[in-house]
Design a protein around this ligand. Structure first.
Ligand SMILES: *Cc1c(COP(=O)(O)O)cnc(C)c1O
Length: 487
């Protein structure tokens, strides 16, 4: 039976809250400012508590189950992060306060800049961007500013591998570049011959993701970077997959000129549903004058007894601000806590376990699911959700059926170069038992696909709603199941 909506449960006069009598004289409100009637439901406190509690239980989240969304690093977010971000000294500061009164916040940002630089092998960091995509925008604008500063205005071409995340070509176009797709070779690497052929004196750079979105380490990355540098281009690194490299390889050491971090992926913060995020960029010295600002610097050296005085500085040829004030500060607090909690060795262990877990699941399902570009993967792998024996079953059906087994589906239909792609990133925070249960579910679903495909086609079976038109749901958002009595 369908649960009644809060509008159906409404009963005239029922009330969940009682307001105290005013202790100041009442004043009539200006005419026309207030609606005559506002047909909100009338409910008791208990009705309201149950309504919201039940809605919250319908959400699937990393706190309620396994969430192997590839390319997004949906790892567990330690609750201590939340406690730190809510400390009054952080939470109640105002961005317009004089900097002398927020030295603790600035010290945290300064140290985070230094840690990110050390982890990634870059020389300067801007904490401004509020998402990976905005980090890309900032980084590619930085590349553009560098070329223009040198009078290289003919450099209009940005190379993008065909496995790249959609934000890469979107970013390059937004920054005024013309994009050229570079194919992937049979091993899952950027095709170096095609890359070489695309390089000339109009080259602005390349946007490389390493490990790439197939979950594979770019085996020719050093050579690819050399080819681009020799043609006078710069290398943008999409750092969304940094969860595979912490303490093992530094993108700056590989020769990358500028990269974004997704603090909300690699360094844990609840994300999804549109934010909030944080996408700082790291750059080599030659790009440091161009990065978004302000950045945090030491404006007065300290001594043994006096701490240094921190302040905000605009880099000399900065592309400007990309975010109001100083970026998403609370995300910086969470990343700071996460990094300090793990320390250098702990960070390396994160990546080792992320890679181990992905390879474990890959080994359990490989063969039953076709894994193209079949080699040791990094923190994620991409399988095909398709069998010739079950021609009507698609990756989407497998994803929907996984919901019946109480797992969040992996990313599907990305990367575009894999047919019916299922992109699985278990992350380091999951136990062997969870990974075994997940692989079991995938193997059972493969059996069902061949013997009882209707089970997949009609899935999910035990959610409040079945298959939604996801595009319409996003573009034409209606947040209430009932007809509201007003527009
Ligand atoms: C997530 C992701 C992005 C974009 O990052 P957001 O923080 O979601 O804007 C870019 N590239 C890759 C490979 C990603 O996985």
């Amino acid at each position: 039976m369908r649960e009644p909506t809060i509008y159906e449960m409404s009963s005239p006069g029922r009330q969940g809250v009682r307001y105290p009598d005013p202790d100041v004289p009442t004043t009539p409100l200006p005419e026309g400012l207030v609606r005559e009637t506002l047909p909100l439901p009338e409910l008791s406190e208990l009705d309201v508590v149950r309504h919201y509690t039940n809605i919250s239980k319908k959400n699937y989240s990393i706190d309620s189950g396994f969430y192997p969304l590839g390319s997004c690093t949906m790892k567990y977010n330690p609750k201590v992060n939340e406690e730190a971000a809510r400390l009054p000294g952080f939470a109640f500061t105002h961005p317009l306060q004089p900097t002398e009164t927020i030295q603790g916040n600035l010290a945290l940002m300064f140290e985070l800049q230094q840690w990110l630089a050390e982890i990634s092998g870059f020389d300067a960091i801007s904490l401004q961007p509020a998402a990976g995509a905005q980090g890309e925008f900032s980084g590619v604008m930085t590349i553009r500013a560098y070329h223009l500063h040198r009078g290289d205005s003919q450099r209009k071409k940005m190379l993008i591998p065909d496995s790249a995340h959609g934000t890469n070509p979107a970013t390059a176009s937004m920054c005024g570049f013309e994009t050229v797709a570079i194919p992937t070779d049979e091993k899952g690497n950027v095709d170096l011959a095609a890359l070489k052929a695309a390089c000339d004196d109009t080259l602005a750079g390349i946007m490389l993701t390493n490990p790439n979105t197939l979950g594979l380490f770019e085996q020719g990355i050093i050579e690819a970077i050399e080819i681009v540098h020799q043609a006078g281009g710069l290398v943008y690194g999409d750092g969304a997959n940094l969860n595979a490299l912490l303490g093992i390889a530094r993108p700056g050491d590989l020769g990358i000129d500028v990269m974004h971090f997704n603090l909300h992926k690699t360094f844990s913060t609840p994300h999804g549903g549109g934010g909030p995020g944080s996408g700082p960029i790291g750059v080599k010295q030659h790009l440091a004058p161009f990065i978004p600002g302000p950045v945090v610097t030491v404006v007065e050296e300290g001594s043994q007894d006096v701490p240094p005085l921190f302040g905000f500085t605009m880099p000399e040829h900065s592309i400007g601000r990309v975010k109001s004030f100083f970026g998403n500060f609370a995300m910086m607090v969470r990343a700071y806590v996460y990094i300090s909690m793990h320390g250098p060795d702990g960070l390396r262990t994160i990546s080792e376990n992320a890679v181990l877990n992905a390879n474990y699941v890959r080994a359990l399902v490989n063969g039953v699911y076709h894994v193209p570009y079949d080699r040791i993967c990094m923190h994620e792998f991409v399988a095909e959700g398709h069998w010739n024996e079950a021609p009507e079953v698609s990756a989407l059906d497998i994803a929907k059926r996984l919901i019946d087994y109480n797992f969040h589906p992996p990313t599907n239909y990305f990367p575009l170069i894999v047919h019916e792609a299922l992109m699985i990133e278990p992350t380091e925070t999951e136990s062997k038992q969870t990974l075994d249960r997940f692989a079991d579910a995938l193997l059972k679903i493969a059996e069902e696909a061949k013997n009882e495909p209707a089970l997949l086609k009609d899935a999910p079976h035990n959610t409040p709603v079945g298959r939604l038109n996801e595009v319409k749901a996003a573009k034409d958002l209606i947040l209430c199941s009932c007809d509201l009595p007003y527009g």
